[in-house]
Design a protein around this ligand. Structure first.
Ligand SMILES: NC(=O)c1ccc[n+]([C@@H]2O[C@H](COP(=O)([O-])OP(=O)(O)OC[C@H]3O[C@@H](n4cnc5c(N)ncnc54)[C@H](OP(=O)(O)O)[C@@H]3O)[C@@H](O)[C@H]2O)c1
Length: 280
């Protein structure tokens, strides 16, 4: 198996790191290309020993699996560059947020396509990834894609119409958690702790809570109740959060992110009835 990454930014970097870290592929079975940032490409080669190319043809020739890891706004450009060159025996996996399978399939005409929504924790082999298969993708294609993303964390399959929600929940989710850790650290520092120490305590609290969640059978509500003694400190803090509408704020944030994913599909996808013509 040879994988070619079109787009060599944060997500490609995380995937490459995970695939190599788990020894799913040797470095010479991974290719990467980008649009113009040669320094970034050279950096990937220096760090990981992968194959890089400033142009797409060698990558498209070598790879059985092509991962589209560009920003949504660059989707049409990339589709125009690969349409007519990608072959039916290849598999295209898109990690591009919000761009529907239908739109990718219309441009790629008969090529098997799978949409994946990983997150940047792929870099530490802890991504939460959801996959949705297009109509030309077989069960074997889905198993191959699942194996790739399981190498960098947990991977599940969902109906495509739920991928926007997945994007909003776990695709963007690491940023919400980082924001919480920032806020907790700043609060600790404001109340007198050394800033670095506050951050260290906040991060370890997150790691410990995450391990409690994965290693115990209890759900988050039960674990929360166990640390919330009546009249105690935790109850006082949770009271403030709930009075300020914590759950509602999180719900609204995730709902807005899902809506934004849908908007991006409208902004950047290939409109109905419009063909992506191969660039010459
Ligand atoms: N980052 C996340 O947490 C995350 C999570 C889930 C999904 N995603 C999705 O993953 C995708 C990539 O995100 P990212 O954070 O990795 O973005 P990024 O760091 O901005 O990287 C985008 C890459 O695409 C390249 N590119 C743009 N146009 C191209 C073209 N025509 N041909 C070849 N390469 C091209 C850019 O090259 P240059 O640098 O040379 O312009 C750059 O290497 C996005 O669609 C995002 O929605 C990201």
């Amino acid at each position: 198996m040879v994988i070619g990454m079109i787009g060599a930014g944060n997500m490609a970097d995380a995937l490459i790191k995970g695939l190599l870290g788990r020894h799913v592929l040797p470095p010479d079975a991974i290719w990467a290309t980008n649009r113009s940032n040669r320094e970034r490409l050279a950096g990937l080669q220096a760090r990981y020993g992968i194959q890089i190319t400033p142009v797409k043809p060698p990558l498209l020739e070598a790879a059985g699996i092509i991962v589209l890891a560009v920003k949504p706004k660059d989707t049409r450009e990339v589709l125009g560059q690969i349409t007519g060159v990608v072959r039916r025996e290849q598999l295209v996996i898109s990690v591009i947020a919000g761009i529907p399978l239908e739109s990718l399939e219309r441009a790629l005409r008969g090529i098997p396509v799978i949409r994946a929504m990983p997150n940047t924790s792929a870099a530490v082999l802890a991504s939460a990834t959801a996959l949705a298969a297009g109509r030309h993708a077989t069960g074997e294609h889905l198993r191959t894609a699942t194996r790739i993303f399981e190498a960098v964390g947990d991977a599940v399959t969902v109906r495509e119409d739920l991928l926007d929600v997945v994007t909003a929940l776990s695709g963007s989710g690491p940023a919400y958690v980082y924001r919480l850790i920032e806020a907790m650290s700043h609060a600790g520092a404001d109340l007198g702790l050394d800033g670095e120490l506050a951050r260290r305590l906040a991060v370890q609290t997150l790691i410990g809570a995450a391990r409690m969640l994965t290693e115990s059978a209890a759900d988050p509500g039960e674990l929360r109740r166990r640390v919330t003694s009546p009249g105690g400190t935790t109850m006082a803090a949770l009271g403030v959060l709930e009075n300020r509408g914590f759950a509602e704020i999180v719900r609204e944030a995730i709902s807005r992110a899902a809506e934004r994913a849908r908007e991006m599909a409208d902004e950047f996808a290939v409109p109905d009835g419009q063909e992506v013509r191969p660039e010459v």
